[in-house]
Each structure stands twice: as structure tokens, then as C-alpha cells.
Design a protein around this ligand. Structure first.
Ligand code: COA
Length: 196
């Protein structure tokens, strides 16, 4: 049963794993996968709308690949099914753009929705952030109408803390986000085991 509780990793991109999922770093070869994700209206509905191939290439270059070296332990990683190796989208633990706040987030291909995958890896990333990276607080943001994501964040143990807006141009299309946060000690007290 050892596979249910894999050993901790120093960097989530080195294979942070749950019972069903594993993370890996993105590579340049993953562009087509990210283009598919970011061109899907269902995926991007609450994220400012679909993105062109050029916009996704910029995301891959700047916010994903260059970010790994500049911010060890943090990033946006491909989320894989451990059984088949299929990539189902991504999870992230990185700074809200223009801010020092560290957020958890996710973006999954619709054919993989509704199976608990977003929540499962979010819980693992929160535990990793609080324990491996020793971050005292973690947060998340969701557009108010994004009910599924708000539900995932609550299920992951974050608490709603009102609304916030952020001046970075990346958030220009969303006037206000629901802001979620939890202090390390509070979250760890509620999640003492390794349920993910
Ligand atoms: C948000 C998203 C990641 C959810 O992924 P997922 O793997 O289906 O999530 P989970 O299965 O872990 O949990 C979804 C929960 O939301 C619930 N849910 C789904 N749609 C919902 C809706 N429209 N309203 C309320 N709850 C909803 C599900 O029932 C489930 O809760 P339950 O386990 O208590 O039944 C996925 O929809 C997605 O990628 N969306 C597009 C990108 C995005 O919006 N990312 C978040 C940006 S803040």
C-alpha cells in the first residue's frame, strides 16, 4: 500500500504524487496540450476567456519554464494520471501576479472534470506548501461565478475572506475575485494525516 502515501518531494515538479495523480514539470513539447486547454471556452469561461496560441506560448515561456529556476519549489506543473500517464491539465502553487501572495490553482481538461482530481492535488499542494516550503499562509482566487472552483477551494480547506482585486494586467478582465486563505497551523490542525 506504499503507493498511497508516496514519500515527500523537495520540489513538487519532481513528482509530487497523490493516490491517483502525479505532477511533473512542463517542457516546450507540451505547448499543444496547453493550447488545447487555453483554447477551450468551457475551461477559460471564468479566466478571462480563451487564449491564442501566441498567448499560450508566452505563458509557457515566461510564467512556466522561466519561473521554475527563478522560484525554486513553486510553479505550474502538468497533472498526470498515475495509471495511464495521461496529462489532464495543470495545478500550480505560485505567486498571484504582481503580488507576493502564494496561491494554489488548477485548470483541467473538461473530460476529466467531476472525478475529484482538482481537489485531490490541491490538498497535496497545500500540504507541500505548508510543510516542505514552510509557507505560513496560502491563498487562492476565483471569479465569483466560478462555483465549481469555489467549491474545490472550500473542500481543500481554504476559507473565504471576502473579495479582492489585483492591479496586474493579467487580471484586467475580472474586476473582483473571491479571495481564499488559510494559515498553515489552522490548515494542518484540520488535516493531520495524508488523506491525499
Ligand atoms: C474547477 C475545476 C478545476 C474543477 O475540477 P474537478 O476535478 O471537476 O473538481 P473536483 O471533482 O475536485 O470538485 C468539483 C466539485 O465542485 C462541484 N461542482 C461542479 N460544478 C459545480 C457548479 N457549477 N456549481 C457548484 N458546484 C459544482 C462538484 O460537484 C464537486 O463537488 P463534490 O465533490 O462535493 O460533489 C474544473 O472545472 C476546471 O478546470 N475549470 C476550468 C478552469 C478553472 O476555472 N480553474 C479555476 C480557476 S479559479
Amino acid at each position: 500500500m506504499g503507493h498511497l502515501n508516496p514519500p515527500p518531494v523537495r520540489d513538487a515538479g519532481d513528482g509530487l504524487a497523490t493516490a491517483r495523480l502525479r505532477l511533473r514539470r512542463f517542457m516546450l513539447d507540451d505547448l499543444s496540450l496547453l493550447v488545447e486547454l487555453n483554447a477551450d471556452e468551457r475551461v477559460m469561461r471564468h479566466l478571462g476567456g480563451v487564449q491564442t496560441q501566441e498567448q499560450t506560448r508566452a505563458l509557457l515561456d515566461n510564467r512556466i519554464l522561466a519561473y521554475y529556476a527563478a522560484n525554486p519549489g513553486l510553479g505550474i506543473w502538468a497533472t498526470m494520471l498515475r495509471g495511464s500517464g495521461e496529462c489532464i491539465g495543470f495545478h500550480m502553487l505560485n505567486n498571484i501576479q504582481g503580488e507576493s501572495l502564494i496561491q494554489v490553482g488548477y485548470r483541467l481538461l473538461p473530460r476529466y472534470w467531476g472525478q475529484g482530481y482538482a481537489t485531490e492535488m490541491s490538498i497535496a499542494l497545500l500540504r507541500y506548501g505548508y510543510t516542505q516550503l514552510v509557507l505560513s499562509s496560502l491563498c487562492a482566487i476565483a471569479e465569483p461565478a466560478n462555483d465549481a472552483s469555489r467549491h474545490v477551494l472550500l473542500k481543500s480547506g481554504l476559507h473565504e475572506r471576502g473579495e479582492r482585486s489585483f492591479p496586474h494586467p493579467a487580471y484586467a478582465k475580472v474586476p473582483a475575485f473571491v479571495y481564499f486563505e488559510r494559515a498553515a497551523q489552522d490548515w494542518l490542525n484540520e488535516h493531520p494525516g495524508t488523506e491525499s
